[in-house]
Ligand binder design. Sequence first.
Ligand code: NDP
Ligand code: 2IT
Length: 449
Amino acid sequence: MTDILNLIKNRDPGEKEFHQAVEEVLESVQPVLDRNPQYRQDAVLERITEPERVIMFRVPWMDDQGQVHVNRAFRIQMNSAIGPYKGGLRFHPSVNLSILKFLAFEQVFKNALTTLSMGGGKGGSDFDPKGKSDNEVMRFCQSFMAELFRHIGPDTDVPAGDIGVGAREIGYLFGMYKKLRNEFTGVLTGKSLGWGGSLIRPEATGYGSVYFAAEMLATQNQTLEGKTCLVSGSGNVSQYTVEKIIEFGGKVVTFSDSSGYIYDEEGIDTDKLAFVKRLKNIKRGRISEYIDKYSEAVYTEADTSLDYNPLWNHKSDCAFPGATENEINETDATNLMKNGVHLVCEGANMPSTPEAINIFLDKKILYAPGKASNAGGVAVSGLEMAQNSMRLNWPADEVDRRLKMIMKNIHQTCLNASAEYGVSGNYMAGANIAGFTKVVNAMLDQGLV
Ligand code: NDP
Ligand code: 2IT
């Protein structure tokens, strides 16, 4: 295992996020490798850590003043052993090959856990949609799709949203794909409801993660009722995480964005949540504006000189990181433990650093890794693909019922795999082992391709 990790690090020395994601999975699956010595001869680790294909392209676009800009874009087609490549597109200035490879790698195992037929992929660009007009975003999306369309398709690769890519962007991307191909197909998920989208897809990641948290609590005869919860982010995942926590009787006291966070000791109720949805999804404003309306809350500006995030330093029972990778470091994890948190359920991808995860595992709290707990989003994307293929739409309660069933099933799969390998209750090891085993077996069945 150290050999393969060194090989990867030497080959691409700058890709620290990718190395982090690979290292976590390789550590977890060591007992699987020990039980299956033939995996070494089949070089499964070398194969599973190398993308099947990486597409990198330039995206030229014109702003409203007539100035031309050039962004860099990628699509990582990581693994297609169990279905067409599937995974989101991220538009954020931090996007680079390392971040997209880590996300694509995680996606492979996450998608396997859903039990639906989806391989793993991820893509995006270092384009920053913040502060851009709708027309600028449209022109960027059209230029992006003018290259991407030749690499994707409903049976090849089906992108969706992620940070900076929501219903607006999916609409512009779909329009250009349809024009270029002259085909109306389910090539993207997260579409709007009137033209092929699935009910519950916008809600799915947030709802799914709370369903997963409820399953974890049920193993200890607990519920979310009366629990105080910290939520980071205020985008798609966080909004619907908060909605479901409120429905389950919990109290959420925080929301954040990259500029800072609000702490509302009285709790964020449905009216306050509706305000945040309008603020973020329609006005595209900053979370600091929350205190203009609700003066009982406190706003704290993000301070990069601190080595911790004060959001994670409040008395609470549960934490739902929903913003971005590595947003909980060792100090944050220590603060969470000190403040009484006994459940961390990841809505974001890889929000906890390896040091933070070690603290959660040492303390034996209920810790759900993103690839298990945030799989509801891609699971309902899979259901959107199924509905598109049938040219039928299921009602909301049908999709929600299936989402609940899938999250319950992933929870059980993680527990079973962790028990089988002697690490009972370690959801991270369970998720990695179960996802890895499914994908590797499919790869071996299909020969050396
Ligand atoms: P959105 O773009 O809707 O929201 C992202 C939120 O996180 C915003 O509040 C944003 O603040 C904040 N954020 C983003 N980057 C940073 C950063 N570098 N530092 C601090 N805050 C940041 O994205 P989503 O809600 O869709 O995604 C959130 C997370 O969930 C990501 O990790 C994503 O990969 C993961 N995820 C998403 C799924 C989905 O279906 N959408 C499915 C599974 C996982 P600001 O507005 O200031 O940028
Ligand atoms: O990280 C993720 O799982 C997503 N951004 C959703 C991917 C999808 O294809 O719905």
